[in-house]
Ligand binder design. Structure first.
Ligand code: ACM
Length: 541
């Protein structure tokens, strides 16, 4: 009885308010383009049905599955064929062809919920917004038994600012189990992000099964030990942990992850590094080496390896064989071929490679690398895919159809956009989530360096002022980088990724004029309660 009186009292101030504030009651992240508070609330019950346009049946079923665990409700999902036949009291997913594919409108009223979209992605995002209007317990995996599933009434019109709303994850420096990769993807989807860049190969380990070249994983997926502590140039045996570090994904694991991501409107971009960052592959297949007299091992320290693929025709064929299997696993348009930090010392020192540079009529090692990348560009383009690489692929001439991922600041992206190439912005200054989150590094776990706190991420503007409006169209969006040299496990990855990913999601989704750090800060506590329910080890601010 006392509780009921208290509850009635607590509702009074809201009822007395003409318009509830849009920040704490409606703690939607990323912030919608239009959000108009309405009076009253919708209550989800065991009798709520989901009525979906035939195009949105799988989205409706996913929503019903998602909310079944926390609510204990087995929501009926029905196909809604005739327009205007909305059953009152339900959640209705209607098709509105005039909307952009990822756009939606959401109307919550005491009578029911209507999500309108033109494509499944929009319907999915509308329902993610609906979840954020419900108590944070909607993100738990079992009912708590004390939750009323009330969503404040609202009118939302929403669409993303950028098409590429991404996050990368390096699973090569430290392997992450498939279960965590799926959790990482799931969290991205809850922030309306839609690209997962899976960094699968490195000097320190090769993590994807390739049937034609089994040694890539039987040999290349294990390093004997790992450097402990900060990077040092001449480590002694006592500087290592003495433990083997192994792990790779089978092709069935990859298929599962790709399908899991697609179910959440996320496209997976695989990265197969070449010609640098390939020491694990070179160790597994020494014929790929630019220094055949030396067996490199799988690298046990961080930094940039001297080992680099030998740019012979047979290496090109080998890597194209690898890509052939990769293409069969990843249906998305983009294939990332790395291209960064390819030290040229071994090419300079190898007379056969020098002769090859001359024979191909190339000027120097940069042009040699450019030639190598072009072989991949031609190969991928012929198969209807698009090559994407780190901004070093600009050096020595950019391959014809390449998209550039600009990490050494924005300059590579600016140059590429001015040359009519598409660009994804990934500058260290704002999107490297391996950087420290606090100026006081003594209170933080060891990181690679830098200082990129939450407000810096939030202040990121992916479209540089140097671009004209036409050039700016080449900026597809941006993404976070999670390099895992200093992230030995999943909980540590979460600590570095969150809440910075929350800020980035708003940079990438929300209209430029709707971005406001003070407003974001008022919505953040309610969002962190969601991350608590999801068991995300975010850094407390
Ligand atoms: C990079 O951080 N080497 C792309």
């Amino acid at each position: 009885m006392r509780l009921l009186i208290l509850a009635a009292f607590l509702t009074l101030p809201v009822a007395a308010n003409a318009q509830p504030a849009d920040s704490s009651t409606y703690a939607i992240i990323p912030r919608p383009v239009v959000l108009t508070p309405q009076r009253g609330a919708f209550t989800l019950t065991a009798r709520t049905a989901v009525h979906a346009d035939p195009a949105f049946m799988s989205v409706a079923r996913r929503f019903a599955r998602d909310v079944a665990n926390p609510t204990g409700f087995d929501l009926a999902v029905t196909r809604r064929t005739a327009t205007g036949s909305a059953a009152p009291g339900g959640i209705v997913l209607v098709r509105m062809p005039a909307l952009a594919p990822e756009a939606y409108t959401l109307d919550v009223s005491p009578r029911g919920v209507v999500v309108a979209a033109s494509a499944p992605a929009g319907a999915f995002y509308g329902l993610e917004t609906l979840k954020q209007l419900l108590p944070a317990a909607i993100y738990r995996e079992a009912p708590l038994g004390n939750t009323v599933w009330r969503a404040a009434a609202v009118h939302v019109e929403d669409a993303p600012r950028f098409a590429w709303r991404g996050a990368h994850l390096d699973v090569a420096r430290h392997f992450e189990p498939k279960e965590f990769v799926k959790k990482y993807i799931d969290l991205l989807a809850r922030h309306k992000m839609n690209r997962f860049h899976w960094h699968l190969t490195e000097d320190q380990g090769w993590r994807i099964e390739i049937l034609k070249y089994p040694r890539l994983t039987t040999v290349g997926s294990c390093r004997e030990q790992t450097l402990v502590g900060p990077y040092i140039t001449n480590p002694k045996p006592g500087n290592f942990d003495g433990k083997r570090h192994c792990g790779f994904y089978t092709q069935d694991d990859v298929r599962e992850v790709v399908a899991y991501a697609a179910d959440r409107m996320i496209t997976v971009i695989p990265e197969i590094e070449m010609p640098g960052h390939a020491q694990a592959a070179i160790h597994a297949y020494p014929q790929l080496s630019s220094r055949p007299d030396s067996s490199p091992g799988v690298l046990q320290v961080w930094g940039v390896s001297d080992f680099i693929l030998n740019p012979t025709d047979s290496t090109v064929a080998f890597m194209q064989d690898v890509l052939t299997e990769v293409l069969a696993l990843f249906p998305g348009p983009y294939i990332h071929i790395g291209g960064d930090e390819a030290g040229k010392a071994q090419w300079k020192a190898n007379p056969q490679i020098q002769a090859r540079i001359k024979a191909l009529g190339l000027k120097d090692e940069h042009e040699m690398q450019s030639w190598f990348i072009r072989q991949m560009d031609t190969f991928l383009t012929a198969r209807g895919r698009r090559l994407i690489g780190w901004d070093e692929i600009l050096e020595g001439g950019l391959a014809e159809n390449a998209t550039v991922m600009s990490w050494r600041g924005m300059d590579g992206g600016i140059a590429a956009a001015k040359a009519n190439h598409d660009v994804v912005m990934a500058p260290g200054s704002h999107t490297y989530f391996d950087h420290y989150q606090s100026r006081d590094k003594t209170k933080e776990p060891l990181a690679i360096g830098g200082f990129t706190p939450l407000d810096t991420v939030y202040a990121f503007e992916p479209v540089p002022p140097q671009l004209t409006a036409a050039e700016a169209k080449h900026v597809l969006g941006a993404q976070a980088q999670l390099w895992t040299e200093y992230m030995p496990n999943a909980k540590h990855v979460e600590y570095m990724a969150y809440p910075r990913m929350v800020a980035l999601s708003e940079v990438l989704w929300s209209a430029k004029g709707r971005r406001d750090y003070a407003d974001f800060s008022t919505r953040l506590p309610a969002h962190l309660a969601r991350l608590d329910a999801l068991d995300v080890n975010y850094r407390k601010q």
